[in-house]
Ligand binder design. Structure first.
Ligand SMILES: [Zn+2]
Length: 121
């Protein structure tokens, strides 16, 4: 029984893709002017694609994390499968891991500085 409950306690995208670990998400830094990083489903043919986002701000030339969340269709889907409390707990851990382990903040800072330099030209 313990084994099956571990099996069930996995986050899944509504497209069916199981997210085994926070490293499974695709992170896309396209909304540069908005200081926003998209969290995408690892499934390329996913109909949802965007599962959440991470926002940051620039203060004194430093990149600072501002906020992160998953979008409600993704949260609701998992809350329905795992129970709301369990789902929110795991998703919160996923966001934490993405922010602390999977985003290259130095690279984002460099990118920001480069854009600022280009703007000054
Ligand atoms: Zn998906």
């Amino acid at each position: 029984m313990a084994k099956s409950s571990v099996q069930e306690a996995k986050i899944q995208c509504p497209c069916g893709r199981i997210i085994e670990s926070p490293g499974d998400y695709k992170l896309l830094f396209l909304k540069k002017e908005l200081n926003e990083i998209d969290i995408l489903c690892p499934n390329d043919t996913c109909h949802l694609r965007e599962l959440g986002y991470i926002k940051f701000k620039i203060e004194d030339d430093n990149v600072k994390f501002e906020s992160a969340r998953f979008y409600s269709p993704f949260v609701t889907w998992n809350a329905g499968r795992l129970g709301r409390e369990k789902a929110l707990q795991i998703l919160k851990e996923h966001l934490r891991a993405i922010i602390h382990e999977h985003i290259d903040w130095n690279k984002i800072k460099e990118d920001y500085k480069r854009r600022m330099r280009e703007r000054e030209k």
